[in-house]
Design a protein around this ligand. Structure first.
Ligand code: PEP
Ligand code: MG
Length: 629
């Protein structure tokens, strides 16, 4: 984080404490965070503390402004060069994109204009101006309610740190964690994270970050057990302390006792055996023991997630979120960029299908290319997703043209987000026709037919799924939004998120309506919300009629194993029983009764919570409802 003048009254020294501290605090500690990359790791801590950067604050004379701006521009180039050098050292080509994003931020006109304006108007030195403009940009990003966007604030901060150290004539040393160590950090910048591929570290723990932070994405890609979002971590760990990282349950054991280490080793053995068991099924289909096949695909947002998704056995991409392509840049991507990105994805995944969702921006997912300065009173129900695409027709058409051209290289499926009714779908279809006509006019080769489908994530769309099904090639249920809109719950709001319940009877009915409509129309129905990644719901979803599930890739082996060890009959019987339940609490109880004996270990290894905890949560939600009723 780049400190502001408010929290950094004195210039402070940048620290990287990868050396042993004088006195290691005694005693065993346990810290909880977000398990973002499964697995168990044990090793000596390698502490990286880069939180504090020296930000000199000085006023400059008016006639020194030009020189200061020149110094700033030289630093921009210097920081670009540093990143270029690091990129050249990387062995994993796919991590380069993360560094490219940092390089793009260094070219961000908003950053450059803000900083130069501050130097000119406030007569301050470049370091101070960078620190202030980075803080302003971060403030805007921090307000986004979507995690994906909120977390970009850390990337902006890292870019700012690099720029400030470069202005000071320094270059940040690369981290060099010893093999087998556990990297413990406040946060790792993208350059550090990308370099982790070179070291065989046992685990990764950070104070910052979430599921979509670069640290999490890279940790998953490299299969390094990782826990992020751990409060007060650096105050508790010294380099050399033994640390256990439990990426499954989101736990960190600091200076564990011998008994804990022994227990962990046992657990690791079981975990490895469990993983090996699943690995045997890698090339096998997710087929129930009575012969019903379910296609398991990956949800992706960045190219660097592809390799690991393939390793986990994904049969193609069920949801590619193109929002990332629009972030950290001033202009929307061109037709050519859309074309190249989709073509690369198709080539990587051939012969499997790749389902690309057109940009799902607006509301809290703002990007500079679409900024209007207008504040919407109710953005979640405002100009977002398809509605925004129809308003920003040029960008929408550019994306469609790129995708139609890419369709020559493989089975691309184009998915429209947040469609609420047939009028929006028809307007979307018209845009396809227009994009096609433009390609014909330009003489640009493209596929005559592309598969077009919609996300079912607004209750109105689910209710009229039979009507929608007549006009599309597939439907994909987005339970993240469907639950939010059906139950009128803002997931980010702590006051109400205990009501966020996938097994609510209304949700189960909407899923069933959509599956039935798809079956009747003879088109595939998939589910790509988080619910698909959770093994507690696999039986219910398959039982309700889903034959395609798209999920976090790391969940695929466990979910495949559950399906292969079950019969369609028993899954359908459970689905029928939960559809009869009057409350989610009853439904959850039934689900747990049916699966916990059979798949207790599967749930322990993936759901990030024990069965006890699951039942406690359900009971607590029920209790709260009763108390508050
Ligand atoms: C969903 O709403 O379930 C979904 C997959 O879309 P997103 O999470 O990107 O809004
Ligand atoms: Mg959605």
């Amino acid at each position: 984080m780049v400190p502001t003048e408010r929290d950094s009254p004195e210039p402070r020294e940048q620290r990287e404490s990868s050396t042993v501290r004088d006195v290691a605090p005694p005693g065993t500690l346990e810290r909880r965070g977000d398990g973002v990359s499964p697995g168990l790791g044990l090793g000596p801590a390698y502490v990286v503390d880069r939180r504090e950067v020296n930000v000199p604050h000085t006023h400059i004379e008016r006639d020194a402004v030009d020189d200061e701006i020149k110094r700033f521009r030289t630093a921009l180039r210097g920081a670009q060069d540093q990143l270029e050098t690091i990129k050249g050292r990387l062995t994993h080509g796919e991590h380069r994109q993360i560094l490219k994003a940092q390089q793009m931020m260094l070219r961000d006109p908003d950053l450059i204009q803000r900083t130069e304006a501050l130097i000119k108007t406030d007569l301050i030195n470049a370091e101070w101006a960078v620190s202030r403009s980075v803080d302003q940009i971060r403030e805007t990003l921090a307000k986004a309610s979507v995690e994906l966007f909120r977390e970009r604030q850390f990337d902006v901060a890292f870019m700012g740190e690099r720029l400030i150290t470069t202005l000071g004539g320094e270059e940040r040393d690369a981290i060099t964690p010893p093999e087998g160590s556990v990297v413990v950090a406040h946060d790792l910048n993208p350059a550090d994270t990308a370099q982790l591929a070179r070291y065989k570290v046992a685990g990764l723990v950070t104070e910052e970050g979430g599921q979509t932070s670069h640290t999490a994405i890279i940790a998953r890609a490299l299969q390094i057990p990782a826990v992020v979002g751990v409060d007060d971590l650096l105050a508790a760990v010294a380099t050399g302390d033994t640390v256990i990282v439990d990426g499954v349950h989101g736990l960190v054991h600091i200076r564990p006792s011998q008994a804990q280490i022994d227990a962990l080793e046992l657990e690791v053995e079981r975990y490895v055996a469990f993983e090996q068991e699943f690995q045997k099924e890698h090339a096998l289909p997710a087929q129930s023991d009575d012969g019903e096949t379910v296609h398991l695909r990956a949800n992706l947002a960045l190219d660097e997630e592809c390799e690991v998704a393939r390793r986990f056995g994904a049969e193609g991409v069920g949801l590619y979120r193109t929002e990332f392509m629009f972030m950290n840049r001033e202009n929307a991507p061109s037709e050519e960029e859309h074309y190249r990105s989709a073509k690369a994805l198709l080539q990587r995944w051939a012969p499997h299908p790749v389902r690309i969702r057109t940009f799902d921006l607006g509301s809290d997912k703002q990007c500079p290319a679409f900024a209007t300065g207008e504040v919407e009173a109710n953005p979640a129900m405002g100009l977002r997703s398809m509605r925004l695409a129809l308003r920003r027709r040029d960008q929408f058409l550019a994306q469609l043209r790129g995708l139609m051209r890419a369709a020559l290289h493989g089975p691309v499926q184009i998915m429209l987000p947040l469609v609420s009714g047939l009028e929006e779908l028809a307007a979307g279809r018209e845009a396809f026709d227009e994009a096609r006509a433009q390609l014909v006019e330009q003489g640009m080769p493209h596929a005559d037919h592309v598969s077009v489908g919609v996300m079912i994530e607004v209750p109105s769309a689910a209710v009229i799924a039979d009507l929608i099904a007549r006009h599309v090639d597939f439907m994909s249920i987005g339970t993240n939004d469907l639950i939010q809109y059906t139950l009128a719950i803002d997931r980010e709001n702590d006051e109400v998120n205990y009501l966020y319940e996938p097994l609510h009877p209304a949700i189960l009915r909407l899923i069933k309506i959509t599956c039935d409509a798809g079956e009747k129309a003879g088109i595939p129905v998939s589910l790509c919300g988080e619910m698909a990644s959770d093994p507690r719901y696999t039986w219910v979803l398959v039982g309700l009629g889903l034959r395609e599930l798209s999920m976090q890739a790391s969940a695929i082996p466990v979910i495949k194993n559950i399906i292969r060890s079950s019969s369609l009959d028993e899954m359908q019987a459970l689905a029928a029983a939960v559809l009869d339940c009057e409350t989610a609490v009853d439904a959850r109880r039934l689900v747990m009764q049916a699966i916990s004996g059979r798949f207790g270990e599967h749930l322990q290894h993936t759901a990030g919570m024990s069965l006890d905890e699951d039942q406690q949560l359900a009971a607590a939600a029920a209790e709260r409802l009763v108390v508050e009723a």
